[in-house]
Write a protein that binds this ligand. Sequence first.
Ligand SMILES: C[S@@+](CC[C@H](N)C(=O)[O-])C[C@H]1O[C@@H](n2cnc3c(N)ncnc32)[C@H](O)[C@@H]1O
Length: 211
Amino acid sequence: MRLRNVKNASEILKSSSYFIENPLDYYGKISSLFSNQNPIRLEIGCGKGNFLIGMAKEFPNINFIGVEKYDSVLVRAIEKANLEQLSNLKFICVDAKNLPQIFNHDIEVIYLNFSDPWPKNRHHERRLTSTTFLTIYDTLFEGNCEIIQKTDHPVLFESSLVDFSQNGYLLDEVSLHLHQTDLFNVKTEYEEKFSNMGQPIYYLKATKKKI
Ligand SMILES: C[S@@+](CC[C@H](N)C(=O)[O-])C[C@H]1O[C@@H](n2cnc3c(N)ncnc32)[C@H](O)[C@@H]1O
């Protein structure tokens, strides 16, 4: 994603009730962010937020947290969320590798939408579905692990299929053309862009029983 520096990004984030400024304070009590015990789902690399805002509207009894590394990107998601009244949506600005400092077996589902593909072999471990990250996610899930991935990128998709299998996941659903299936779907910004260019969207749901 091309990054433009956004002036006052930090101030814009901090002034929104959707933004969690000190997520580490919620370790072990993340439900208190929502004042209910509804399941919590994460999108890692949420970008400009379309997917999570759409999901939060569609599923009011599920809590959603968007995780984004860059505040200049997250600002765009927060600005869109500020136009809505959604009590089941929050955003945090952290690198995925630090998520175990925030979540402790309290997540139901992780969404990985159009993650950076890191196509060179030598960058394999940077992919958000590499063994490095799948091991991190093990500490986040409350019960069974469930990860839903969408991408336009064949190298990332193929390597994810292998990584999930090698890390004890079963592939419950796989599609090489999500938009030709009946599966429920909320489009992301990248998905809109790539499908408008005629590219197929790859999709999978991977699950693993609680360890
Ligand atoms: C290609 S964009 C996709 C954005 C959005 N999910 C979509 O589909 O439109 C990938 C996003 O993931 C974020 N990202 C990449 N690595 C990350 C990490 N380790 N932790 C958190 N966010 C990350 C990037 O900053 C970027 O916003």
